[in-house]
Write a protein that binds this ligand. Structure first.
Ligand code: AMP
Length: 403
């Protein structure tokens, strides 16, 4: 029986895909269609014969997925030769309803549609990907894997905002948390690297990519996380503000006459590192900082200081910590960020080893001093593999219970 899963991650104007062997994590092929709906779109397919790039208009997500299917045919591997066991969809918001991956059917589509008000920037695109894939692959089981599911273990005191109780009851306003597939993957890998059972570990996991969040993970279960009802809360991100006094909204409306859409856009797309330094690419930010750029330095300082605050908070939440785990683009690659964020925490048992921290490596590794009571780990995340694994497990367990 095949272990191959076609993983699909749809954005509002993009479609990312990967054909992953769920057993090994190896991608037989992957690709990305960008600028869907614009006059000139771009498609990159990477397969056994190398990479091919195409530039043309992609009218819709269906057009984009058809281009991906064509690329499999012309550049391989042919989807006729690779038996696909399932299509796995990344879905950003599963609300309180989905604590696990779920088979896609009409009822699931309706449930994810109901959640659009909680994730207006993400769920509509994810639904579009599901609709198109069901049309193109009607005979394959399709599984929705939710970013929020991992955090459904949060207890009420951690997920409840201190607002009128009806807001939660009537409108679902609470902390949900995101980056769940990355946390599931990184936590398991951390246990493997430490040679210990995940069930006995307390971890602080920092997913630092273009989006950034932190999670306190006890025994493999999330007990708190920095993103909230939406992915805007918490750490400083590439273009998102993270934590902000909620009264700033009213001030912008009352004093400056801004609309809600303008505020939403500014906080999601014009803030974070981009807002502070005009730059959301961490590599470029580091270059500018090294050259003495004052705005880049401040952005870096704000970013690292916010991480330190969350590490302290989650340390207190967990009581004891076995490891701090850095993952995703910035987490895996910026030694300076890791060192600055954890500087001065030696009394908490957190001690980075400078030469381990600055050594470059593609694999999971410890960057803490040998005698540091709390391990500091760098783990390359692999959300596609995790989605493939979860999708395949979901299909197999459903098959099993059905037969
Ligand atoms: P992700 O969302 O996980 O793809 O991460 C994207 C972020 O990682 C961007 O801000 C990149 O600038 C950053 N990044 C990627 N490679 C490096 C690197 N070598 N050093 C610092 N930041 C990096």
């Amino acid at each position: 029986m095949s272990d191959h899963v076609l993983v699909i991650n749809t954005g509002s104007s993009s479609l990312k895909y990967s054909l992953v062997d769920a057993a090994s994590g190896k991608a037989a092929a992957s690709g990305l269609v960008e600028r869907i709906g614009e006059p000139e779109g771009h498609h990159r397919h990477r397969g056994p014969q190398g990479e091919k790039q195409t530039t043309r208009r992609f009218a819709s997500h269906e057009d984009a997925l058809r281009a991906a299917v064509d690329a499999f045919e012309t550049q391989g591997p042919s989807l006729d030769d690779v038996e696909i066991a399932a299509v796995g969809h990344r879905v950003v918001h599963g609300g309180s309803r989905f604590a696990d991956p779920a088979l896609v059917d009409d009822e699931l589509v309706a449930a994810v549609t109901d959640l659009v008000p909680l994730a207006p920037l993400h769920n509509p695109a994810n639904l579009e990907g599901i609709t198109v894939a069901r049309r193109l692959f009607p005979d394959l089981p399709q599984v929705a894997v939710f970013d929020t599911a991992f955090h459904q273990t949060l207890e009420p005191h951690a997920y409840t905002y201190a607002v009128p109780a009806e807001w939660l009851k009537d409108h679902g306003i609470r902390r949900y948390g995101f980056h769940g597939t990355s946390y599931a993957f990184a936590s398991e890998q951390a246990a493997r690297l430490l040679g210990r059972d995940l069930a006995e570990l307390n971890l602080i996991v920092l997913h630092l990519g273009n989006g950034c969040s932190a999670a306190a993970v006890r025994g493999g279960e999330s007990v708190d996380t920095s993103m909230g009802m939406t992915p805007l809360e918490g750490l400083v991100m590439g273009t998102r503000s993270g934590d902000l006094d909620p009264a700033v909204h009213a001030h912008l409306v009352r004093e400056l006459g801004w609309s809600m859409d303008e505020i939403d856009h500014a906080l999601n797309f014009e803030s974070g590192l981009k807002g502070l330094a005009g730059e959301n690419d961490f590599r470029e930010l580091s270059r500018r900082r090294a050259a003495g750029d004052v705005r880049a330095q401040l952005a870096f300082d704000v970013y690292c200081y916010r991480i330190k605050k969350y590490v302290g908070a989650y340390y207190a939440v967990l009581g004891t910590v076995d490891a701090i785990v850095f993952t995703a683009g910035v987490g895996q690659n910026s030694a300076e960020m890791r060192a600055t964020s954890l500087a001065g925490l030696e009394r908490l048992g957190i001690q980075i080893d400078e030469s381990r921290n600055t050594a470059s490596a593609d694999e999971g590794r410890a960057v803490s001093a040998a005698d540091s009571p709390v391990a500091v780990l760098v783990i390359p995340t692999d959300e596609e593999w995790e989605i493939a694994r979860q999708a395949l497990n979901c299909v197999r367990s459903t098959d099993h219970s059905g037969g």
